[in-house]
Design a protein around this ligand. Structure first.
Ligand code: PLP
Length: 375
């Protein structure tokens, strides 16, 4: 198998799996229970939160652990209260759909998927309370200039203050795709709210968190036992969070080596693949390669490649499964036929160099079959 869809899912690493195991079998106690073994589990859980928080320059108590990034993104939007929200046109559906509830307005992007700061500037009126911009896009890998956006947010806050306007303005960033390859530090980025996702960093699925700065007031996602500072009730997912912490440690440890490795693999792919137009030319994560084979149906390439045990995608797994046109590729100005011909390869720890050469060969063969078929 050659798996080139690491943006959709990463396998749980062996170390992560081993770290989680005791918390399923022996240390299964409810962290809220009063007896000693449960108190140990509670301490381990808090320590795991501390490890995740430390990786982004925060404290355990700043994190609300959730069942994945979707929940964290939905929770972040409660910061809007009844105010207006702005979000990037290329955001994941877990942002776009919740933003609709708040009458959210889209911020435009350029052809590389980077935010148009002028568009953002004209749209931040006095009603806006929340701005949401993913650190890295999940279809293109585009890295956003978050600290520049944060600087703009700070200016607006000062201006509001000088005019006696009390309305807050918060910056949220979905960093689900970022942690493998980028140093994510909330203070440096200037994010007031930040989403992380264990499932994209070789941790378990259905585990994530939201970093919440002290200035932000959120409404609970659900009601119950009052766990996670009352914002996300429900018995803690101890094995999941322990696994998440291990995955974060590993991601930080291997970040530089992986970045170099993926950049090299990307170079190989771009030189050995034929007849494509590169879609994500600039400001992209090293493990994202988005190719456009105009005139070809990329869905058919996926099926041809699957027969050879090569797994790739046309974009976000959730949109692809519904047969929807990618809103991300639309937002960067691709035509319908360019969108139909676009293929996303996302590299990861399951790959080695020989697989990359083999994948390039098999993709070229599949493209040739389709080109012949379509003339
Ligand atoms: N945000 C981004 C950028 C993602 O890539 C994903 C997953 O594909 C999500 C949010 C949603 O994550 P989950 O399905 O784990 O809740």
């Amino acid at each position: 198998m050659i798996y080139l869809d690491h943006a959709a899912a990463t396998p749980v690493s062996k170390r992560v799996f081993e770290a989680m195991k005791p918390y399923f079998l022996d240390d299964f106690f409810n962290p809220s229970a009063a007896y000693l073994p449960a108190k140990k589990v509670s301490a381990d859980y808090e320590a795991a939160k501390g490890i995740i928080a430390h990786a982004i320059g925060a404290k355990a108590n700043d994190l609300v652990m959730t069942a994945g990034a979707t929940e964290a993104n939905n929770l972040a939007f409660s910061a809007a209260n009844n105010g207006a929200v702005l979000y990037l046109a290329t955001e994941h559906d877990s942002i776009r759909k919740v933003a609709q509830k708040y009458n959210g307005q889209e911020i435009k992007v350029d052809k590389n998927g980077r935010i148009l700061l002028d568009d953002l500037k004209t749209k931040i009126n006095d009603e806006v309370v929340l701005i949401s911009v993913a650190l890295c896009n999940n279809e293109l890998g585009t890295i956003q200039p978050l600290s520049e956006i944060a600087a703009m947010v700070r200016e607006v806050r000062l201006d509001r203050l000088s005019r006696g306007i009390k309305k807050p303005l918060h910056l949220h960033s979905d960093a689900s795709q970022a942690l493998n390859l980028l140093n994510v530090n909330v203070a440096r980025l200037g994010a007031d709210l930040l989403t992380l996702n264990a499932a994209k960093v070789y941790g378990p699925k259905g585990v994530g968190c939201l970093y919440v700065s002290h200035e932000v007031k959120l409404s609970p996602l659900n009601y119950g036992g009052g766990q996670e500072n009352g914002l996300r009730s429900g018995t803690e997912n101890v094995p999941g969070v322990i696994g998440f912490a291990k995955a974060v440690e590993e991601a930080v440890k291997h970040m530089n080596g992986n970045r170099k490795k993926y950049a090299e693999y990307k170079k190989i792919l771009l030189s050995e693949l034929q007849g494509y137009e590169l879609v994500n030319k600039k400001h992209s994560l090293d493990n994202f390669v988005v190719l456009c084979y105009n005139g070809i149906d990329a869905e058919r390439l996926i099926f041809l490649l699957e027969e050879k045990w090569v797994y790739v995608s046309t974009g976000a797994a959730c949109a692809a499964s519904k047969g929807e046109k990618s809103h991300v590729l639309s937002a960067i100005g691709l035509s319908d036929s360019e969108i139909a011909g676009s293929l996303r390869l996302t590299l990861g720890e399951t790959n080695d160099e020989s697989q990359i050469h083999e994948a390039a060969k098999l993709i070229n063969e599949a493209v040739n079959i389709e080109r012949k078929r379509s003339v």
